[in-house]
Every structure is written in structure tokens, then in C-alpha cells.
Design a protein around this ligand. Structure first.
Ligand code: FE2
Length: 301
């Protein structure tokens, strides 16, 4: 089944915020963990969800981020200001990036493009993205006992070099950010392919995720896949990847190898004409440039 990422999903999982920027709240009997935090302007919505779920926002112990994109960890600085005991974790590189002013400025600029949509959530709150300390430098094989359930950490590079997946083996629930692609449009067969840092790593990471055989897959945006559809989506995503690479190769050929022209051709065809990609156009183009570079590099080797 494909269900909207919202509300309670079984005994152990609730979704904070809104389905387009879900914060997965994993409720152990001893510790509570949030996986990903959307953009900075969602911060107040996550705090409201925590109060609704636990009666107290400080019941949240940990926040882990799947990767260093602004729409997956943007609200961490806000949450750290609001929840003084909160401990946050991500791949080591992420903690480093979240101290670099140029990175924080870029994240702020990308978030500001969406401000109008979030004015109601933000109100008078201070949602600035500022440098923060990450308490955990997460690595493959790390395990966190939450009481009754465990969070296991897997390194799944390819979307970004710092992508992590979190797996709860007791309930076979997997949260992998965009290491597993994004469902695109209404047709369940369409997958938006997301290799940005490395094509080969992305494919290897998808194979690794498939081996976990999840029965629940919490997507980075919008959806949760359950039962057979969890691993099923990962398989679709793996199959879509070489097809998408071919499409980029075709555009590169049509552009005589000019990467900027190839990006223009792809954007017209895939984003403008299809109209099924929900991501803001600017983010789409930025990601596409990285993908075209990847495919051009493969062709050159
Ligand atoms: Fe991402």
C-alpha cells in the first residue's frame, strides 16, 4: 500500500509536520527519535506535533538526518533552540557542513523561495538556519536502543555522499531520505531518480536497501509504502535508474555534449512538459545539473 505520510502509522511511528515534509517520529519505550526535519520553516509545526503526541516537546531525545539537503535538516537549528536537551546526529560530513556559513546561506536562500507557503506556520517564530553542533557522527553499523525497538544506521551514498538510511529491524521499517528515489506523478510506476553525487554508489546503495527487505518505507516526502510495496518501490527505483541515465545520455548526445544545453533539454521535457514533479523548479535544475555531470563523467571514462 501507498499511504500519505501523516498521523500515526502503527504503534511505533507517528509523522510530525505535514506530509510534504514529514518528520518520522519513532517512539521507543525509553527514547524517542525523529528522522529528518524538512525545511527550517516547518520547525514550529514539528514542535506542535511533539506536543500533540507526547504532551511535552522535550520528550524527543534524538533527531537524525538522512542527508545534508536543506529540506531534510533545515529545521534542526530551530529544534535545537527550542529543545535544549535534544541530541542530533548525521554523517560526519553533515555536522561539518552545518557550521559553514556559505552552506547555511545557501540553505536559507533555497528555503526563502518557499516562504509564502509557510507564513502561517512560521508566524512570529525565529526559524533562522544557524550553525549547530551535531552530537552524533553516525556511521554504518551504529545501533541505538530506543526501548523495544532499535535504530540501525546504514551508509547509502549516491544521492549525496553523506546519505544515511535508518532501519528499525523489529518492525522492518526503513527511512532512507532520497537514497531510494521519489515516486513521481500519479502513476505508481514512475520514479524520480536521485543520484547526485555518484551513479555507481546510488545503484549499490539501492541494492543494499533491497537486501534489508523492508515492510515499511517512509519516503523523504509525501508517502509511506507498506507491506510488499516497500521493497517493491525500491526495486522499481533500481530499475528506473539505468533508464534515466539513458535519457540523460540521449539529451547529452542531442546537445553535442554541452552539459548546459542538455540540462535545458531535460528540464523542458521532464519538468515543464510532464508537469508531474512537485519539487520547485530551481531545486530540480540544480539537482539535474549534478546528474548530468555524473552521466557525462561516466561517458568520459
Ligand atoms: Fe535530497
Amino acid at each position: 500500500m501507498k499511504i500519505k505520510a501523516q498521523g500515526d502509522i502503527g504503534k511505533w511511528i507517528s509523522v510530525g509536520g505535514k506530509h510534504f515534509y514529514p518528520a518520522y517520529i519513532i517512539k521507543g519505550t525509553e527514547k524517542n527519535l525523529m528522522i529528518d526535519t524538512g525545511i527550517n520553516m516547518m520547525g514550529p509545526a514539528y514542535v506542535a506535533s511533539l506536543v500533540k503526541i507526547f504532551g511535552d516537546q522535550n520528550a524527543l531525545d534524538y533527531v537524525f538526518a538522512t542527508h545534508s539537503h536543506f529540506d531534510h535538516l533545515g529545521a534542526i537549528p530551530y529544534l535545537k533552540r527550542k529543545l535544549p536537551f535534544l541530541k542530533v546526529g548525521a554523517a560526519g560530513r553533515v555536522g561539518h557542513l552545518m557550521k559553514k556559513q556559505s552552506v547555511l546561506d545557501r540553505m536559507t536562500a533555497l528555503s526563502e523561495l518557499q516562504r509564502l507557503l509557510f507564513q502561517e506556520i512560521v508566524g512570529e517564530e525565529d526559524v533562522r538556519i544557524e550553525a549547530v553542533d551535531f552530537e552524533f557522527d553516525l556511521k554504518e553499523g551504529d545501533r541505538f536502543d530506543l526501548g523495544g525497538i532499535t535504530c540501525e544506521v546504514y551508509e547509502v551514498p549516491g544521492h549525496t555522499g553523506d546519505s544515511l538510511a535508518f532501519f528499525i529491524p523489529e518492525i522492518r521499517a526503513l527511512f532512507a531520505g532520497e537514497a531510494c528515489g521519489i515516486p513521481e506523478g500519479d502513476k505508481d510506476s514512475d520514479v524520480q531518480v536521485e543520484f547526485l553525487s555518484s551513479y555507481d554508489d546510488y545503484v549499490a546503495s539501492l541494492e543494499k536497501l533491497i537486501r534489508l527487505q523492508p515492510r515499511l518505507l517512509g519516503m523523504g516526502h509525501m508517502w509511506v509504502f507498506t507491506d510488499d510495496d516497500a521493497t517493491g518501490f525500491l526495486r522499481q527505483s533500481l530499475e528506473a535508474t539505468p533508464r534515466y541515465r539513458k535519457l540523460i545520455e540521449t539529451c547529452l548526445d542531442a546537445a553535442n555534449g554541452d552539459m548546459d544545453v542538455a540540462v535545458q533539454i531535460m528540464t523542458t521535457k521532464e519538468y515543464d512538459e510532464k508537469g508531474t514533479i512537485l519539487q520547485p523548479r530551481e531545486s530540480y535544475v540544480e539537482n539535474l545539473k549534478a546528474q548530468v555531470r555524473q552521466v557525462a563523467a561516466i561517458a568520459a571514462r
